[in-house]
Design a protein around this ligand. Structure first.
Ligand SMILES: NC(=O)c1ccc[n+]([C@@H]2O[C@H](COP(=O)([O-])OP(=O)(O)OC[C@H]3O[C@@H](n4cnc5c(N)ncnc54)[C@H](OP(=O)(O)O)[C@@H]3O)[C@@H](O)[C@H]2O)c1
Length: 297
């Protein structure tokens, strides 16, 4: 039996996937890809076969994918040449004799035709390349990471309100942990061949509803304030984010408002077999601790 290999072993999603796989399978069935293996030394110490490889280096990937049956291809970063990287990885998988490639895309609603800058076009390209490759594939379209919700809400929504561009579209963000559990389900289970799933956390909300939830948690009104996309972008720029990143994040929030992330499928819960964490639970856990004023003893 060949190995299961997870790329991005030094990143959030890949690392968590390998940690969950270690709870289910003997370490000698597991491999991880890293550009800098030393950064995954802890996984290597636990018996994971950490292999060096770079998405831009075809030969390194063919070597790294040797003896691998199933491969989780964690998508490459936005603002880089994702098409070249994903195509190279898929071609190398084919050449190395991998049977099944699982690709993590970003959720999109094809009926709306919204192109999310930095990800949609390259996801479409990767999905087409994978389908055309003849490899068995599974596509896991990921929602916004719940772990990153603070990036969109700003440093202190209790002080400033939820200030976002207008739009009543909803989203059901999910924790990296729950998305990693879905990766594990597909890597270790049967019946996911040549299938596309859209993964969501267990509750959908618009930014207006998120402001209302924060108000309930905090016990005072957290205003929902709509601002122009330019003003929203400026907030990131004032916090020294590079312009392409600020534009990417702004476009993402505008996309939420327009409904790009509104499809809510239940696929994640069916794959992992438990109710994934929803935004309300996340806010209850993190926002009082971080930003709520202390109550008098
Ligand atoms: N749904 C969302 O809200 C959301 C949020 C953020 C990202 N994403 C997407 O999901 C992916 C995984 O997210 P994450 O949080 O795990 O990102 P992350 O922590 O930045 O990890 C990205 C991983 O990809 C590896 N990588 C980057 N370029 C590579 C290359 N040329 N060759 C081989 N490996 C390469 C990185 O390795 P190094 O350690 O060597 O850099 C790292 O292990 C991201 O890459 C992005 O496409 C989604």
């Amino acid at each position: 039996m060949g190995k299961l290999l997870v790329t991005g072993a030094t990143g959030n999603l890949g690392r968590r996937t390998l940690e969950l796989l270690l709870e289910r399978l003997p370490a000698d069935r597991l491999a991880g890809l890293a550009r800098t293996p030393a950064r995954a030394a802890d996984l290597a110490e636990r018996g994971v076969d950490i292999r060096r490889g770079d998405y831009f280096d075809h030969a390194s990937l063919v070597r790294a994918f040797d003896g691998v049956d199933k491969l989780l291809l964690v998508s490459a970063e936005a603002f880089t040449d994702r098409n070249a990287q994903h195509f190279t990885a898929i071609a190398a998988a084919k050449q190395a004799g991998v049977e099944h490639v699982i690709y993590t895309a970003i959720q999109r609603d094809e009926t709306l035709g919204i192109t999310q800058v930095g990800v949609t076009e390259s996801d479409v390209f990767a999905e087409h390349a994978l389908r055309a490759s003849g490899l068995t594939y599974t596509i896991l379209r990921n929602p916004m990471y719940l772990d990153h919700l603070d990036v969109y809400l700003g440093a202190d929504p209790y002080a400033q309100g939820v200030r976002v561009p207008p739009g009543e579209g909803t989203m059901a963000p999910a924790l990296v942990h729950d998305l990693a559990a879905a990766n594990v389900a597909v890597l270790t289970g049967e019946g996911h061949e040549n299938t596309t799933y859209t993964l969501n956390g267990s509750e959908a909300a618009s930014f207006r509803e998120i402001a209302a939830t924060l108000s309930e948690i905090h016990g005072t009104t957290v205003p929902y304030v709509t601002v122009g996309a330019d003003e929203y972008l400026d907030t990131y720029l004032r916090n020294d984010l590079p312009r392409p990143v600020a534009e990417f994040l702004t476009a993402w929030v505008v996309g939420v408002g327009l409904g790009s992330f509104s499809q809510d499928t239940g696929d994640l819960e069916r794959l992992i077999g438990y109710r994934p964490t929803g935004y309300r639970e996340f806010l209850e856990k993190h926002y009082p601790a971080v930003t709520a004023p202390r109550r008098a003893a």
